[in-house]
Design a protein around this ligand. Structure first.
Ligand SMILES: [Fe+2]
Ligand SMILES: [Fe+2]
Length: 183
């Protein structure tokens, strides 16, 4: 199944994020807040899982991983600041729609850069089993992730938790092996 591969899973979420932006923009005024709440939750858990699982792995696996991932983290930090400001302002704020457009531009450019410069190369340099383990780890991270943006946690994920995502991926891989009856 497509969502057993971490790259397919994350790219499907990029599509869901794009659809949720459409939903917020097209919602009647009384539904906009609820749709924006769903967008906030998905963006928050998606970026957290990338920061905890995918970026550390990419940094370790890719040539110039440090540079590629550093650029992505800077983009995520900027997007999270915009998201947090919007979340605090709320849909009734006079500048909400203008700032939402700014957030959408930033998030879209960030997703495109991830797909081009990080995910495509990660797919080339990982096995099917690694990508399955990472998909399981992403799901686990998303289940535990904060549902509101926390700008500033990017460097924490990079510097403090850098060993952890690999351990999570290892555990996920063990679980998958057991699940397949191969252990
Ligand atoms: Fe991201
Ligand atoms: Fe992403």
């Amino acid at each position: 199944m497509a969502e057993h591969d971490v790259i397919d899973l994350l790219m499907a979420q990029h599509g869901q994020i794009r659809d949720l932006f459409d939903e917020v923009e097209q919602a009647p005024p009384e539904k906009a807040g609820e749709a924006f709440g769903r967008l906030t939750r998905l963006l928050s858990v998606h970026e957290t899982a990338e920061e905890e699982v995918v970026h550390p792995y990419a940094r370790h696996k890719l040539d110039n991983g440090q540079g590629v991932v550093g650029d992505r983290l800077a983009e995520e930090h900027q997007a999270k600041r915009l998201l947090l400001d919007l979340h605090k302002a709320g849909v009734d704020h006079p500048e909400f729609w203008e700032r939402l457009a700014e957030l959408r531009t930033a998030v879209t450019a960030h997703a495109r850069s991830e797909e081009r410069y990080e995910f495509a190369r990660l797919r080339e340099s990982t096995s099917v089993a690694e990508r399955r383990a990472m998909a399981a780890a992403v799901r686990a991270a998303e289940a535990l992730a904060p549902t509101r943006p926390h700008p500033g946690t990017e460097s924490l994920a990079m510097n403090v938790l850098v060993g952890t995502p690999l351990a999570i991926a290892e555990r996920a891989r063990d679980l998958i092996r057991k699940g397949l009856g191969r252990s």
